[in-house]
Design a protein around this ligand. Structure first.
Ligand SMILES: Nc1ncnc2c1ncn2[C@@H]1O[C@H](COP(=O)(O)OP(=O)(O)OP(=O)(O)O)[C@@H](O)[C@H]1O
Ligand SMILES: [Mg+2]
Length: 409
């Protein structure tokens, strides 16, 4: 049984939230019908007029429409420190600057004030799950052990390829930015190219903490510490960047990575993983935890042959058998191979094709993922369509026996 606390003078939003909870969530809603926030968490957690259902611990607090955002963020920061297991949701119009401040205050999700009751239900369900996972970790019950925490519905996507320079980082950063729109603050991009990863430069981040800290003793025992080690990006996503020096990568084991990804899957709706070329120890550990994989190749024979071998290895190891998708990057009409040739060689369908594009190259190199911009060109459409594979509300047409290929040539 969950307890939801909502502060808002907006009766219309309150009734949508109430319908959301009665329409599929087990829990009770306590509404503070005011724009005034209590000054301390305890005034909110034990209201004077507490009824029997209010004795349940609060799992989700919603700062609703009408509440001043600045005041909500101040109170959220106190809650985040004292009651980190409570999920905090802010209802406000999307605005990148405000989203960044909200993330820094410990807000877990931002909801549109006009959201319908079904959308509210889905987001509150996720907030409950995150709270339950955090409670499990703080109470030391299971959560930090192996395997995905019970009740986690996280999508863990590994972007992999046998060869280097085929566009993994470009795809992973754009995918994370796109998924950050579906799940702001609940998307994390992990740079598992531990020696030479460049997610930090692809997102213009200067991380204080890196993968090295994230697998250290403090963070591996406490997901709150881990979260503090993530870098915040202004597209409302978190990033865990590669170590500052290649030598640090040697001290990170496959087990460290498996444990880290289990922790992140307990906290985030989407975990996007950029990997080093090939099937090294870290990539294999990530593939064992993955729900999905995006395999990349380019339109040349060595790249396609490499992909064929990688698929064979994944088959032998029985890794991510169901949700594998193949992406051909740098496509161009003048290439020696056609998409059909590639499909014949790898004996699998190609799911998406991203064209060679100077604009895309420039955006990655400038540290501004294309999907962060307002580009509507073919590369942006192809990248967005790949992100749509993971959006439950997007209608991705299905093709004979397999997925429909997303093509933008
Ligand atoms: N479709 C594309 N068109 C043009 N340039 C691209 C395209 N995709 C990626 N690039 C550029 O190619 C270069 C390599 O891309 P990226 O770094 O994403 O590859 P990678 O697979 O992550 O490489 P590595 O294996 O070294 O980590 C970058 O400069 C990037 O901007
Ligand atoms: Mg890369």
């Amino acid at each position: 049984m969950s307890r939801f606390l909502l502060v808002t003078p907006d009766t219309d939003f309150a009734s949508r939230a109430s319908r959301a909870i009665s329409g599929g969530l087990t829990g009770t809603l306590h509404v503070f019908a005011t724009a005034e926030l209590p000054e301390t968490p305890s005034e909110m957690l034990t209201p004077a007029a507490a009824g029997p259902s209010d004795l349940e611990p609060a799992e989700v607090i919603i700062f609703g429409p009408g509440v001043t955002v600045a005041a909500a963020l101040t109170l959220a920061a106190v809650f985040d420190l004292r009651f980190p297991e409570i999920s905090l949701v802010l209802v406000a119009e999307a605005d990148p600057d405000m989203a960044l401040a909200a993330m820094q205050s410990g807000i877990r999700d931002i909801l549109d004030p006009q959201a319908d009751s079904e959308t509210i239900r889905v987001r509150l369900e996720h907030a409950c799950r995150t709270s339950a996972n955090r409670r499990r970790v703080t109470e030391g019950v299971g959560g930090a052990g192996g395997g995905a925490p019970a009740g986690t519905a996280s999508t863990v996507i590994v972007v992999a390829s046998p060869k280097g320079g085929v566009g993994k980082t470009t795809l992973a950063t754009n995918l994370a930015v796109a998924l950050g729109r579906i799940a702001p603050m609940s998307t994390v991009l992990v740079d598992l190219d531990a020696q030479f990863g460049d997610v930090a430069s692809a997102l213009q981040l200067e991380p204080e903490h890196t993968l090295t800290d994230a697998v250290g003793r403090a963070a591996s025992q406490d997901s709150m510490v881990l979260k503090a080690y993530l870098s915040v990006h202004h597209s409302s996503i978190y990033a865990l960047c590669a170590p500052h020096t290649p030598a640090e990568a040697d001290r990170i084991s496959g087990d460290d990575i498996a444990h880290l990804l289990t922790q992140l899957a307990g906290e985030f709706r989407y975990v996007v993983i950029d990997s080093a070329p090939g099937l090294g120890e870290h990539t294999l550990a990530a593939l064992e935890k993955a729900t999905d994989v995006l395999l990349l190749c380019t339109m040349d024979v060595p790249s396609v042959r490499g992909l064929r071998k990688e698929i064979d290895v994944l088959d032998k190891l029985k890794l991510v058998r169901r949700n594998r998708r193949i992406v051909v990057n740098f496509s161009e009409r003048s290439a020696g191979l056609s998409i059909r040739d590639i499909e014949a060689t790898i004996d699998a369908s190609v799911d998406a094709v991203v064209p060679r594009s100077r604009q895309l190259a420039q955006s990655t190199d400038a540290g501004e993922p294309l999907l962060q911009q307002t580009s509507r060109g073919r590369p942006a459409k192809a990248l967005q369509a790949i992100a749509d594979f993971y959006d439950p509300s997007a209608k991705v047409p299905v093709r004979r026996g397999q997925h429909k290929r997303v093509e933008a040539q």
